[in-house]
Design a protein around this ligand. Structure first.
Ligand code: UGA
Length: 444
């Protein structure tokens, strides 16, 4: 019993000799005290060790997050400042979202070439082949445009960007595009076209100075509108796809930020934009790929065997419309999140004004590629498509000086030339592009 008590009173500690039972009570108390203080010291030591281990871990975590992050740091900020530098009197510094996208790349290049400061932002998602986006980024970099890798829904990143550069304008082209893909991945449209848009507008409204915002809406907002050509004042409350609904919502959301915070806003309704460096998910692009590979293409047809038609618009015309919108945008009126007075709010159609049917589009491609397409004609599935689009561009002509000059025949010729060169086709004289493609073509 006594031994048990002793053992409880004087437990052994690591590295210490066992207590001798023959000690006097005093000595026992002394040892007891000594042992308790040793234990206390050991406990302190262990706590300190654990604390330093934990803080070291968190340092390692933070630094690895920091070093792995695609943005941040002094070098990064320096690249942004250099890219945003204005090189012409009265030039603007523009944040272009979706800069590695089709329209974003072309607009960024046009701005940079005339001496404006341009910083790109893109999340390089895999909706379509990210290597094409990387190739566009390389093209931009060769012209001195730096593209930040990040998402428009990242409020911290946006705040940092506005902290580093007092952007005068935002050209907002980042979005989840594609009409039919919304059936497969609705959340992506909500993430980019709704949540991302709001996050971006929040950053713009808080920025000092507030930038003027020009952004990409879509011809799809006209939905089931049958009155042709489509004018800005026509009904847009009957969208036929979730994509269209999110773009329409974007028009309402931007109006709210214009109304409450004095942000200058211009929404551009693009009509089926095509051209070099285009989007592989679009019909003209995927048709070209399939025709060259000898694969069949699916051509949708409307009810009663009516051909579908689109007001296909060449990229160079769209770029001119975007740049003119930036040039004519008035300043936002607010600062520090407060409205200073009424601000400009505009919406324009940017189309070509001459719709072409999908079979006619295929015919032009067949001529340029010198290959006959294998066509499967099927009735348009009910997945978001509309039978036709046709832009009335009077407003953009009057207020932006917008005047499209490239017809589908000429524009597709330029696209095909780019496609063949980008994917490594080298047509022999007299032969068709397809005959000359063996081996060297990159697959999409
Ligand atoms: O104008 C717009 O606002 C929209 O234009 C295009 O949408 P869409 O006109 O549907 O363009 P494509 O996907 O290239 O389709 C063009 C036409 O080809 C048809 N098509 C498409 C794909 C296919 O395999 N077969 C086919 O016949 C479509 O039904 C449509 O009539 C873009 O993809 C959207 O991002 C953009 O917002």
């Amino acid at each position: 019993m006594m031994r048990l008590m002793e053992a409880e009173l004087f437990p052994s500690t690591p590295g210490k000799v066992k207590i001798e039972r023959a000690h006097t009570i005093n000595r026992q108390f002394h040892r007891c005290f000594a042992s308790t203080s040793t234990m206390f010291l050991w406990a302190l030591f262990l706590i300190a060790l654990t604390a330093s281990y934990l803080s070291f871990q968190s340092f390692v975590d933070t630094s690895s997050r920091y070093f792995n992050a695609s943005w941040g740091g002094m070098h990064w900020e320096k690249q942004i400042r250099a890219s945003a530098t204005v090189r012409r009197p009265g030039g603007m510094s523009v944040l272009v979202t979706g800069a590695a996208g089709f329209v974003g790349t072309h607009v960024s290049l046009a701005l940079r070439k005339r001496g404006d400061g341009v910083v790109g932002l893109d999340n390089f998602n895999s909706y379509y082949d990210p290597s094409l986006k990387k190739a566009r980024e390389a093209l931009l970099e060769s012209h001195g445009v730096f593209v930040v890798e990040g998402d428009i829904d990242d409020a911290r990143l946006l705040a940092k960007l506005f902290d580093v550069v007092p952007f005068t304008h935002v050209m907002h082209l980042a979005a989840q595009a594609g009409v039919r893909y919304a059936i497969e991945n609705p959340a992506s449209y909500v993430h980019s076209n709704i949540a991302g848009l709001v996050t971006l507008l929040e950053a713009c409204k808080s920025a000092d100075p507030q930038p003027a915002v020009v952004w990409a809406s879509s011809s799809s907002v006209y939905g089931l509108n049958e009155k042709a050509p489509f004018s800005e004042a026509d009904r847009t409350d009957r969208p036929a796809s979730l994509y269209a609904a999110t773009k329409k919502a974007g028009e309402e959301i931007t109006h709210t930020y214009n109304h409450i915070y004095g942000l200058s806003i211009t929404g551009l309704r693009f009509f089926t934009v095509y051209g070099p460096w285009g989007r592989p998910d679009m019909a003209y692009f995927s048709f070209t790929r399939n025709i060259l590979q000898g694969k069949p293409i699916t051509v949708y047809r409307g009810k009663n065997r009516v051909d579908l038609a689109r007001d296909f618009t060449f990229i160079d015309d769209i770029v001119k419309g975007c740049v003119a919108s930036l040039d004519t945008a008035e300043k936002s009126t607010g600062s520090g999140g407060r409205k200073g007075g009424p601000a400009q709010y505009r919406i324009y159609n940017l189309g070509n004004t001459s719709p072409v049917t999908v079979p006619a589009l295929v015919g032009i491609l067949e001529r340029h590629l010198k290959v006959k397409a294998k066509k499967n004609v099927v009735e348009m599935p009910g997945n978001g498509d509309v039978p036709f689009t046709h832009a009335n561009i009077s407003l953009a002509r009057a207020e932006l000086g917008y005047k499209p000059t490239t017809n589908l025949e000429t524009g597709l010729k330029k696209f095909v030339r780019w496609y063949l060169s980008y994917y490594g086709y080298s047509p022999r004289s007299g032969g068709s592009a397809a005959e000359a493609t063996t081996g060297s073509a990159k697959s999409l």
